[in-house]
Design a protein around this ligand. Sequence first.
Ligand SMILES: Nc1ncnc2c1ncn2[C@@H]1O[C@H](COP(=O)(O)OP(=O)(O)O)[C@@H](O)[C@H]1O
Ligand SMILES: [Mg+2]
Length: 226
Amino acid sequence: MTPLMSARGLIKTYGATVALDSVDLDIQAGEILAVMGPSGSGKSTLMHCLAGVVRADSGQVRYGETELTTASDARLSALRRREFGFVFQFGRLVPELLCLENVALPLRMEGVRRREAERRAAGWLERLDVADCAGKRPGQISGGQGQRVAIARALVTEPRIVFADEPTGALDSLNGELVMRLLTRCAAEAGMAVVLVTHEPAVAAYSHREVVVRDGRIRTGTGVSR
Ligand SMILES: Nc1ncnc2c1ncn2[C@@H]1O[C@H](COP(=O)(O)OP(=O)(O)O)[C@@H](O)[C@H]1O
Ligand SMILES: [Mg+2]
């Protein structure tokens, strides 16, 4: 099966720091891939290179017909808006907007009319079990609710790949489990792949496959947490 995304020989340095040291990685359509490893090992850098947020110094990232390492900025931002979704450790919701407006925002940026965008946003809030947050601002809801709203925002454009960088890192284990259950269920129902960066084995347990990054290099795991 042709992978959805394929990275080969990725190298990224920051001054004397080698953040990625020749990484090869394939992402299959619809899979949930956990990227594990200690702090500073290169997990976020890898995710940013895969998502076209950061350009690698050398190597390739192929996504369909597009080679991300040489694609134009316009092509990369179109991919980030339409094909990729992002979830961060802290929701990064826009504090001035209602949660419904936050989730509708990626659609509005694509030119979807307000009524239609908010209708679809409301559907995703419902699926993530935070429909009651729709009319509140991010400052008025809990961290776990905020993270579910952030996931709704990442999924609302129905991306092919969701990049989630320690999405439960700021949550207690109960909320973390809930977020992971909803994220993986929604992604599976919609056929989205998820690249899940985490250093928590309990979170990686929601993945189909696991790779471990250490000193900017990848060691392919078996799917069993160590
Ligand atoms: N923007 C940056 N500028 C300088 N050094 C960076 C930058 N981003 C990451 N690094 C360095 O690259 C290495 C890998 O970082 P990172 O990918 O954030 O690791 P992880 O996500 O696994 O904690 C670290 O040594 C980090 O300090
Ligand atoms: Mg990181």
